[in-house]
Design a binder for this molecule. Sequence first.
Ligand code: ATP
Ligand code: MG
Length: 174
Amino acid sequence: MELAIRTEHLTKIFGRRLIAVNDLNLEVPAGSIFGLLGPNGAGKTTTLRLLLGLQRPTAGRAEVFGRPCGVNSVSVRRLIGYLPTNPKLPGHLRPVEYLDLLGQLYGLPAEVRRPRLASLLRAVGLLGATGQRIRTFSTGMITRLGIAASLVGDPPLSSRPRGWILRLAASPWT
Ligand SMILES: Nc1ncnc2c1ncn2[C@@H]1O[C@H](COP(=O)(O)OP(=O)(O)OP(=O)(O)O)[C@@H](O)[C@H]1O
Ligand SMILES: [Mg+2]
């Protein structure tokens, strides 16, 4: 069974005594939908940041599709679509400029980027806002753009399942 996520004794302690993630052993099969639930401060975001290599574990290890997570694991980050709770997006750019920049960072050629950006903006219901700078966006529009941004690289591990975006595109309110 291919695993999208595997953690072994994953532990993060902030300072000397704040145990944010406590000996987490997790196996998430590829292709599954998995929810990480817990009260505020339970360590969900810290776990995701450890997977992304944005923080170093105090102990234990994590793998994404068999590749070790670490601060230098660019190839692992490429596999993950991550949407933070309050994404900070560059206000001076327009949505297409921002998504295209991300596509370039993913190394996607222009002929792949252009149709993908158009379909993502259509899917999240932002085609009518392509002329606006991001700084003029409402909170909900930022969230929509953040969802599109997290999917630009077509990552196999995403905080939004890929089928979901297609359902959104087909829903009557977009
Ligand atoms: N950079 C940091 N430095 C010190 N403590 C931190 C840091 N990041 C998180 N923590 C602490 O680690 C614990 C876990 O926080 P985390 O943000 O992972 O929780 P969460 O499950 O995502 O919570 P929420 O539901 O509120 O988003 C909390 O006690 C938090 O205060
Ligand atoms: Mg959180």
